[in-house]
Ligand binder design. Structure first.
Ligand code: GLU
Length: 875
């Protein structure tokens, strides 16, 4: 604003004849009150006139009279005519007009010709004179338009150059908004006439202008009021030195008013406190030594934040910026930009019948409601105009929600808006309210895989392999344990007393291999374990069998009914390495920017692929992307949260691999937003109260595709049933341990050997492992082979056998078949086997009681031809 409030009034001293003492002080006013219905200028004149006449000494100076002329148009010709009428009446001064520059000029010229002096009424010299009155209405129009454009917000500062800012009625625009408005005021609120003037102006407006909105009181009435006082006080001073008379003049005659110059000099000397502050003129007739108050409007009202003085310049309060920006979200109405995206912001099914915010629902809508309740603000949801999240365009401007925040069209962006470093440079983000990463969505073709080998599917190949290994180990351990434990060696002829009995072990190698098979197939076998160790081992094996068979059965059923997921790619690298499957991202989103700006080779390669196919691989919305995934050979790169949402609702969709990065969603705000701290705190509060988690579950939950199906469709691996193998292994170790104990136990209760227990056991184990041992005959390890061991029982059964083994201690092992029947025949055969034992892994032994004797001898009565090599001394 120009610093000089140049003028107070246009005063044209027009000559006339001074009436006799006391004379009437006649003035003329040319009014162009822009707010004509309020008649503010008329009221000011009346108020001033009454005040002056009331206090004046009428005997010295007569009453003040004012002739009022209304200017209908700002026309030089019409004003010229009016002026000619005015000067012919003989007036001391002409006041006004205030907002008609052409008329103002012609009045000044006519008064100047008549040797008079003019002081413009409107403020400023270069700032337009018409500013004063036109301003209030114009100000209102400006604010109305700004409101329509959504420009009444904290981010805009309005500076009004009007000088009656304090009188503007801006309440409508300030209600529930934080708008920065600065203005100036020249009015002196402490003037005794100020309340009266204001009251009468307001009343007049209410009486006459009820059809129009009240936009505030203009400055011109106050200026007219002051102008009258200035003229009257100058005339009074002039009248003291010379008798002022009024001369009637005409436009045609060159006659001038003789007191004009003197009055001008007196006018320059006037000094008073008027409604428009301190009034004083310089030598050129311009006002000086006056001050303008700088006023800021806020929701709490007007407050003075500085002062501009015509001589001393501007002085502001130091914290003016803080004052302007220190807004609070409380009770404000915010414009929220958002975008339709499941499940963040969605249109309700009955949205056509609804209005405003009620049309929307979703995670973000709920979150916003909770934020508004916490912080006590109102909001208006608005969908982003271009329907994108926001990326920088070629000319440097931003599109989408980010663009709207930058241009201050919105106060907040509440959506699944990803926080990125690039965006953080141009807008502010709240603390993240959700974390996520980029993921790949692809369609999983669910296929049934019938095949010859489908029965193998319930277990992974690893499990099958381990089962085979387990079987072999169990068989071997069983063989070993059964041989080690003495309790598995059973007498074949329990009734033979006084004889050296032969004992039999049922766990031959073949039986040891067969016994677990019978158990595994749930069929059992005729072999029954006798020793604690073999029973323990059998029990563990059966337990293992029970679990494996049950798991197999259960999983097999699932495999026969559930389809298998077939996906040709398993990771982002697979995707990048092929070109058959097309892939792309959402247009104008952060995922696209991620690939575009990535420095990582794989992602760069992917961006090149996508960019080369530009039009075909980028989609406008997530829904379009999902549709494409389902209908064509297309993989869609989207954020994991959305991926999860859609997968819960369509079982044909699957996520390939993990997430490519980690980031979060935040609430977007214009840079330097005053709401940021409050929103941050509120978001953290919602997080701590688990409100966000509850909302996530509410909007993401979908029971269409359970994860169970996925898991069941995969064969059970070692991670599922590994425990049962551990149990089996423990059982095996226990069995071996117990067999050892049994061995020791029996050794201690047998005739003592000269060897130590450990040596005995080591020898026994050594023999078992190398299959050299019959253990039956200690010290009976001659190399001689007495008989062929494969003498078959049926072969011998029909014949009369006479073979009897007589041991050197006199005990007889085996008898004549004819005298003792089949039992004796078997004994006989066993005796033979026992004798032949050292040759291989025999399952026949001599009973432990016989073992202690040295020099055991066997006599055989078999004919020599049957056993030519059998020699007693060998035995
Ligand atoms: N949330 C993303 C953004 O803020 C949009 C989705 C996407 O790009 O995958 O731009």
């Amino acid at each position: 604003m120009h610093p000089v409030l140049a003028a107070l009034l246009l005063l044209a001293m027009c000559a006339g004849r001074m009436s006799s003492n006391p004379f009437t002080l006649r003035l003329a006013a040319v009014l162009d009150d822009p707010m004509e219905c309020s008649r503010g200028e008329r009221l000011a004149i009346t108020l001033a006139k009454e005040g002056i006449n009331r206090v004046s000494n009428l005997s010295v100076m007569g009453k003040v009279e004012v002739d009022i002329f209304e200017l209908l148009r700002d026309s030089e010709y019409e004003t010229g005519d009016t002026m000619c009428q005015i000067i012919s009446k003989g007036v001391l001064a002409v006041l006004g007009p205030s907002a008609s520059p052409a008329s103002d000029t012609i009045i000044s010229n006519i008064c100047g010709e008549k040797e008079n002096y003019s002081i413009p009424i409107s403020p400023g010299t270069t700032t337009p004179r018409h500013m004063a009155d036109g301003k209030t209405a114009v100000t209102h129009s400006i604010m109305l338009k700004a409101s329509e454009l959504g420009m009444l917000s904290i981010y805009y500062t309005y500076i009004f150059t009007t000088m009656e800012f304090s009188l503007l009625q801006l309440d409508d625009f300030l209600v529930k908004r934080w708008v920065n408005i600065l203005g100036f005021s020249v009015l002196n609120h402490s003037h005794p006439y100020f309340p009266d003037l204001l009251l009468s102006l307001n009343r007049s407006w209410q009486e006459n202008c009820d059809h129009a909105p009240f936009t505030g009181v203009p400055l011109s009435p106050a200026l007219l009021f002051d102008a009258m006082h200035v003229v009257v006080s100058a005339v009074r001073e002039l009248n003291r030195s010379q008798s002022v008379g009024v001369t009637q003049l005409t436009c045609q005659s060159p006659k001038i008013w003789e007191h004009g110059t003197s009055l001008m000099n007196y006018l320059r000397m006037v000094e008073l406190e008027g409604l428009t502050g301190h009034i004083e003129f310089n030598s050129k007739g311009h006002r000086f030594n006056y001050a303008l108050r700088v006023i800021q409007s806020s929701s709490e009202g007007l407050r003075q934040v500085g002062e501009w003085h015509s001589e001393h310049g501007l002085s502001m309060e130091s914290d003016i910026n803080l004052l302007i920006m220190a807004g609070t979200i409380f009770n404000t109405t915010l414009t929220i930009t958002t975008i339709l995206e499941n499940p963040y912001v969605m249109l309700r099914s009955e949205h056509q019948a609804l209005e405003g915010n009620e049309r929307y629902e979703g995670f973000c809508v709920d979150m916003l409601r909770e934020l508004a309740e916490l912080l006590h603000f109102n909001y208006r949801l608005r969908l982003v105009a271009d329907g994108v999240y926001g990326v920088p365009s070629a000319n440097g401007t931003w599109t989408g929600m980010v663009g709207e925040l930058i241009s201050r069209k919105a106060d907040l962006a509440v959506a699944g808006l990803t926080i990125t470093s690039e965006r953080e440079k141009v807008i502010d983000f709240s603390k993240p309210f959700m974390t996520l990463g980029i993921s790949i969505m692809y369609t999983a073709h669910m296929t049934r895989r019938p095949g010859y080998w489908s029965f193998l599917d319930p277990f992974s190949p690893g499990v099958w392999l381990f089962m085979l290994l387990a079987y072999l180990i169990v068989s071997c351990v069983l063989f070993l344990v059964a041989r080690l434990t003495p309790y598995e060696w059973c007498s074949t002829e329990p009734c033979l007393r006084g004889r050296c009995k032969l004992v039999l072990n049922q766990y031959t190698l073949g039986n040891s291999l067969w016994f677990p098979v019978g158990g595994f197939m749930q069929q059992g076998s005729a072999i029954t374990p006798h020793a604690l160790s073999t029973r323990c081992l059998s029990a563990v094996w059966w337990f293992f069998t029970l679990i494996i068979v049950s798991s197999y059965t259960a999983n097999l059923a699932a495999f026969l009914t559930v389809h298998r997921m077939e996906v040709p790619i398993e990771s982002v690298d697979d995707l990048a390495d092929q070109t058959t499957i097309e892939y792309g991202t959402m247009q104008g989103g952060s995922t696209m920017t991620f690939f575009q700006n990535s420095q990582y080779q794989t992602y760069q390669r992917m961006w090149n692929f996508m960019h080369a196919k530009q039009t075909s691989v980028f989609v406008k919305s997530t829904e379009e992307g999902i549709d494409r995934v389902l209908k064509s050979n297309y993989a869609y790169l989207l954020e994991s949260t959305m991926n999860e949402y859609y997968r819960q609702r369509n079982c044909n969709l699957t996520q390939i691999g993990g997430v490519l990065d980690t980031k979060g969603y935040g609430i977007g705000m214009p840079l330097g937003s005053v709401y940021r701290d409050e929103i941050d705190l509120a978001v953290l509060k919602l997080q701590e109260d688990n409100r966000l988690e509850i909302l996530k579950r509410k909007w993401w939950r979908g029971d269409k595709c359970s994860k169970e199906d996925d898991r069941r469709a995969q064969g059970l691996g070692m991670e599922n049933i590994g425990g049962v193998f551990v149990v089996l292994l423990s059982g095996l170790l226990l069995a071996v341990f117990m067999a050892g104990l049994e061995f020791v136990w029996v050794q201690q209760h047998s005739p003592r050997s000269e060897l130590s227990m450990c040596t005995e056991m080591l020898r026994a184990l050594h023999g078992i492992l190398l299959c050299e041992d019959s253990m039956a005959l200690h010290g009976f390890r001659g190399p001689g082979i007495l008989l062929q061991t494969h003498t078959s029982l049926p072969e011998e059964h029909g014949r009369t056998k006479t073979a009897t083994c007589t041991l050197s201690n006199g005990m007889v092992c085996g008898m004549d078949n004819s005298s003792s029947g089949p039992m004796e025949s078997q004994s006989h055969r066993l005796a033979q086997e026992a004798i032949l034992g050292p040759r291989g892994c025999t399952h026949v032994r001599i009973c432990p009681e016989c073992r202690g004797y040295k020099g055991l001898r066997v006599q055989t009565l078999l004919p020599r031809k049957h056993s030519p090599d059998l020699r007693e001394e060998n035995v």
